[in-house]
Design a protein. Structure first.
Length: 98
């Protein structure tokens, strides 16, 4: 698992636990840092959607975040020190088929 996904997983697990007191089970997480190499139309559309969500600044200035939950899945936007935006999604892992 790459470092960006590991960092997103750490944030998601920690913030979920801080808010609910629950420990999340195994998750599938995808994450990326928003930068100029990404398709700007797609990023702009996604960021416009995130802008409609309330921003949680309790951990600021180092970490601000927004999230959207749909059932057991969630989308996250993390803003690190006001300069770096990381987008992530999380969903429960499917049980392994043997």
């Amino acid at each position: 698992m790459n470092l960006i996904r590991l960092l997103a997983l750490k944030f998601i697990r920690g913030l979920h636990h801080a808010e609910t007191g629950e420990v999340l089970g195994p998750l599938t997480v995808g994450a990326c840092i928003v930068h100029s190499g990404l398709p700007q139309d797609d990023v702009a559309k996604l960021m416009d959607q995130f802008e409609t969500l309330p921003i949680d600044k309790r951990l600021g200035p180092g970490l601000w975040y927004r999230r959207h939950r749909a059932g057991a899945e969630s989308l996250w936007a993390f803003r690190l020190w006001g300069h770096i935006t990381m987008l992530a999604f999380a969903k429960p892992q499917e049980p392994a088929v043997t």
